[in-house]
Design a protein around this ligand. Sequence first.
Ligand code: MTE
Ligand code: MO
Length: 197
Amino acid sequence: MGPEDRLPPGQYVPRGWPVLHYGPVPKFRPERWDLRVYGATEAGREYQWTWPEVEAMPRAKVTADFHCVTKFTVPDVGWEGILTATLVRLAPPAGEATHVMVWAEYGYSANLRMTDFLAETTLLATHRDGEPLAPDHGAPLRMVVPHLYAWKSVKWVRAIEYLTVDRRGFWEERGYHNVADPWREQRYSYQEDDLPA
Ligand SMILES: Nc1nc2c(c(=O)[nH]1)N[C@H]1C(S)=C(S)[C@@H](COP(=O)(O)O)O[C@H]1N2
Ligand SMILES: [Mo]
């Protein structure tokens, strides 16, 4: 089955790989960078790793299509990085944690249901198609949630916050859908009134 035959409703395959984000591209300074996991952790404490520690974590590859709500779908993207399954083994969430907030540089954020965060194909990527991520595509570390619209695939990730109550992220507060399933065309927040999630 070719990429054109497996597009979610309303999507098309663009030429190349568009770059899309709000605001400037942050500069990566390894000595000032860390990755934190905080909020509702099982141990009740916060976790923090340096860039070399993140680079040393167990790695995996995922190939998936990438769906932006502005309607382009980039087919067959080969991601490599750290599976969220690995991250939650290192930093287990409390039993009550139902959602996560993914935080980026400059305060961008996106919320995910724990089930979406823990999906088999969700990862924190460092590489795309065998190359380190370019700065404008989220280097050094980006979230990739292939089964949801790509505003949930947060670039320049700095923290994961485990939540016991859902909270809306940057675009979810600005009119975009809380869940963002492209197969159900969950684009806008007003659609949340239509049907039970
Ligand atoms: N930090 C951050 N991550 C972000 C965004 C952003 O504005 N800031 N935009 C999102 C949107 S809407 C899309 S479509 C994808 C685009 O990823 P790309 O530029 O690698 O194609 O990044 C997502 N991640
Ligand atoms: Mo997007």
